[in-house]
Design a protein around this ligand. Structure first.
Ligand code: SAH
Length: 355
């Protein structure tokens, strides 16, 4: 790999400037490079940069974008799924979804995942490595150039636990918001986490008003621990406390993801318990207006697991029970149903075909 060389696409404007000055280059060179690199142009192909500069850059640094190993386009709704190959041969997935309010990309943050959620395809082979900021950004850049349409929203809900790759994810968020770069602001970004409480607290202090999405998936500790090992480290009460702190310091709403698994967490009693739990933890007094939104997702069956999805009627009943108890609930619209668009599955398929 290029580990000894500087990863140009992971550098913030000020860092790039410092690096170029150390090479004896003028300050304005940094802006020239940054602007073009963040449009997908490699320094080697830049026409406004001299041969000498290119040579110096080539000796000490590199610029790499993920390449498209596979691409699937949904005939139903135009959702595009990419299997990207990274420079070390590993692969990750991204999905571009077309909504009325703009194109949204779901990006990966790690190669694999070490969180061990029982229903998730991404964690089956464990975590191989973290992605660099440039590798997360590269997914957005290449997808935007490939589709030829501006991507205006980002969700960090692909392969990996973003808060388990905290430093690189924070840097990615700063880079993607740069005016001379992709210019996607914090308000257009959501980050989904299985609940690393220490990192949620750290994020609250970053002055980065992104939307936080919490993968809750259960309304009692016993059930949650049985499908999400992270719950043994931070239980539901600790997680919801952190959510309240996050809201208090950022003012950003928090949404909860709840994957409905048949016979596991989808009863009316579970819905009632969930409503009680969220109301009690997040709206302790009657006047409290903490906005609570639960996104219900019938589990996507993964070949290696025994879980099956809750039926349509029971999903509606679960949603209504939440609504009746003052919790806004929506059922996640399935996009790209014909292209296996839920994450981790394409990479799994590819790995299995290789072996
Ligand atoms: N690690 C992060 C983000 C990645 S997963 C997290 O845990 O939030 C994005 C969402 O998809 C999470 O809510 C995750 O729990 C959910 N998910 C994973 N596998 C799924 C499956 N088979 N069916 C439905 N949702 C799934």
């Amino acid at each position: 790999m290029n580990s000894q060389k500087i990863d140009l696409l992971s550098l913030l404007p000020a860092e790039l400037e410092e690096f170029l000055i150390s090479l004896g280059e003028p300050k304005y060179r940094a802006k020239q490079l940054f602007t073009q690199m963040h449009r997908g142009v490699s320094p080697a192909d830049m026409t406004n940069i001299g041969k000498g500069t290119k040579q110096k850059l080539d000796e000490l640094a590199y610029y790499a974008l993920p390449s498209i190993r596979r691409k699937l386009v949904s005939a139903i709704d135009g959702t595009v799924k990419y299997l990207f190959e990274l420079s070390d041969g590993n692969s990750v997935e991204s999905v571009v979804m077309k909504y009325k309010h703009g194109n949204t990309i779901c990006v990966s943050s790690q190669v694999g995942c070490r969180m061990g959620c029982a229903f998730c395809a991404s964690t089956i082979g464990g975590k191989l490595r973290d992605l660099a900021p440039s590798e997360i950004l590269g997914q957005v850049l290449v997808a935007q150039n490939d589709t030829g349409e501006r991507i205006s929203n980002i969700v960090m809900m692909g392969i990996g636990e973003p808060l388990d790759n905290y430093k690189n994810v924070i840097k990615f968020l700063r880079l993607v918001g740069c005016e001379d770069g992709m210019n996607i602001g914090y308000r257009h970004i959501s980050l989904s986490t299985c609940g690393l409480v220490d990192k949620i607290d750290a994020l609250a202090k970053e002055d980065m008003p992104i939307t936080l999405s919490i993968s809750l998936h259960a309304s009692d500790d016993e059930t949650r621990s049985s499908i999400m090992p992270v719950n043994k480290r931070w239980n539901i009460a600790a997680l919801l406390d952190a959510c309240r702190r996050y809201y208090q310091s950022t003012g950003r709403r928090i949404s909860f993801e709840y994957t409905l698994i048949s016979g596991k967490n989808d009863s009316v009693a579970a819905a009632e318990r969930l409503a009680r739990l969220l109301n009690k933890a997040l709206r302790p007094s009657k006047s409290d207006s903490f906005p609570i939104h639960v996104n219900l997702i019938p589990v996507n069956p993964v070949a290696e697991t025994e879980f099956s999805a809750t039926g349509k009627q029971a999903v509606q009943k679960f949603a209504k029970t939440l609504e009746d108890n003052g919790i806004r609930a929506t059922v996640r619209r399935t996009l790209g149903a014909d292209i296996n668009a839920s994450c981790g599955q394409l990479r799994r398929e590819d790995e299995k075909n290789k072996s």
